[in-house]
Design a protein around this ligand. Structure first.
Ligand code: BGP
Length: 469
């Protein structure tokens, strides 16, 4: 294999504010929905913040960002994906003016990145809707959130417009179908949330995304705005055409978000679903026009693929796969039950590229695993060969897709430094090249240690991928 990644390829890592910053009530920050999710998706939200919530302190990036960014620089990162906590900038989400202390924090983060020549990639909203907007407006079901979100984005573009080129509007926007509270700030329990209200909330998010894409282009010439979706290849469980059709229907769930972001209008298959399920959305002429502001690139997370069948007997929900689906009998799973499928990445990249013809950016990929800190030659480290092999195998497939002709801007591994898990709120589900000494019970020194994969990734970046096997 002689193909390499393109010149200027953006190698790096990805994080989210609520999972690593800590400082949940410092610097004038308001509460976000994460402050009432101490168990992630495992239990319903609590009434208020509780001390067992590991995200309150995270890995203390709020105070240790300079040290952490220096470690990323040591690996040779070209790009660092992080999110801005909406409630640091607008503590309740709907104030008229932004919180200066919050803005100043991200100035300092950007200063460090600039110092090391690392390009920022900013997620504007990553599962951290201000709690007030969730509680008092029922999250994105309310049209008013479009205006609040725009005001928030305007503040970001004004402040950081000269320094940030790459922006993502909503993390894993299609996840709202499965996790309305975490993804859409909608407190109504999923089983009580009507499809009508859910799709209206989705519509508001899509309009907001399109409106700020236009705003970004107006305010920051040269800005690149991407949507961000969970990439989930859906395979038919058998060659039975009914299974193929069943898989197609599930695939449409995710395609819809990319189709609207890239084509600027609702696809026919979704309009049909609305008709058949008596869903009548409030879509104004202005909304329709706003939606035509399409994104510059498509970013996505990739962890798993899934299967689908039309046969109700075989339709056993996958226990571990976050988004359900039928387990693939040919694949192994991670310790958390996520099925590992490197070739699925090549499949989905080809698929997205052919479908949308927009540059792609892999902004999350990685293995959540239990790590053990050991001493090797007098230095504390983690011998994480399993992580190296996971990442190697996925990157080899990404390289195959590039050889297939796919335009790929970059690759950021998820959780380049250990952080709190989104789905389970555990520390023990680790993804990083850097080990953080913190345990599920909140104990630990928060000291950082380079894992074996740290040096491996440094070499992958230094050789622009030639180090892959
Ligand atoms: C994605 C989220 C991230 C992240 C990752 C890994 O869905 O965008 O925030 O955490 O998955 O998931 P988890 O932390 O649950 O292992």
């Amino acid at each position: 294999m002689t193909t390499t990644f393109p010149e200027g390829f953006l190698w790096g890592g990805a994080t989210a504010a609520n999972q690593l910053e800590g400082g949940y009530n410092e610097g004038g920050k308001g509460l976000s929905i994460q402050d009432v999710m101490p168990q992630g998706l495992l239990t319903p939200p609590t009434d208020g913040p509780t001390q067992d919530n590991l995200k309150q302190e995270g890995i203390d990036f709020y105070h240790r960002y300079a040290e952490d960014i220096a470690l990323f620089a040591e690996m040779g990162f070209k790009v660092f994906r992080f999110s801005i906590a909406w409630s640091r900038i607008f503590p309740k989400g709907n104030e008229d003016t932004p919180n200066e202390e919050g803005l100043a924090f991200y100035d300092r983060v950007l200063d460090e990145l600039e110092k090391h020549g690392i390009e920022p990639l900013v997620t504007i909203s990553h599962y951290e809707t201000p709690l007030h907007l969730a509680r008092d407006y029922n999250g994105w079901t309310s049209r008013e959130l479009i205006g609040f979100y725009e005001r928030y984005c305007q503040a970001l573009f004004e402040r950081y417009g000269q320094r940030v080129k790459y922006w993502l509007t909503f993390n894993e926007i299609n996840s709202v179908l499965h996790f309305p509270f975490m993804s859409g700030g909608i407190p109504t329990p999923p089983e009580q949330l009507s499809q009508q209200d859910l799709y209206q909330a989705i519509h508001h998010e899509l309009v907001a995304s399109a409106r700020v894409t236009r705003l970004a282009h107006q305010m920051m010439p040269g800005a690149q705005v991407g949507c961000m979706i969970i990439a989930l290849p859906v395979y038919p469980l058998t060659p039975d055409p009914s299974d193929v059709v069943a898989a197609m229907h599930v695939a449409h769930d995710s395609y819809a978000f990319g189709d609207i972001h890239c084509r600027g209008e609702y696809p026919g298959y979704l309009l049909r679903r609305f008709r058949e399920q008596d869903i009548e959305l409030d879509i104004t002429d202005q909304d329709r026009e706003d939606l035509t502001n399409t994104v510059d690139f498509v970013s996505f997370s990739y962890y798993v693929s899934t299967c689908e069948t039309a046969d109700p007997v075989k339709k056993v929900e996958g226990a571990g796969n976050l988004l359900g689906g039928v387990p693939n009998p040919t694949l192994q799973a991670s310790e958390w039950g996520w099925q590992i499928d490197p070739q699925g990445l090549r499949v989905v990249m080809n698929d997205y590229w052919e479908r949308w013809r927009k540059p792609l950016f892999i902004v999350e990929n990685g293995l959540g695993a239990v790590d053990e800190l050991v001493e090797v030659d007098g230095t504390k480290t983690v011998v994480d060969d399993y992580r190296i092999s996971y990442l190697n195998d996925h990157l080899v497939q990404a390289r195959e897709a590039v050889a297939d002709g796919v335009n790929l801007l970059g690759y950021t591994t998820w959780g380049c430094i250990d952080l709190v898990s989104a789905s389970t709120a555990q520390m023990s589900k680790r993804y990083g090249f850097v080990y953080v000494d913190r345990n599920d019970d909140g104990t630990g020194t928060l000291d950082r240690y380079r894992k074996k994969s740290f040096e491996w990734y440094r070499q992958v970046i230094a050789t622009n991928g030639a180090h892959l096997q």
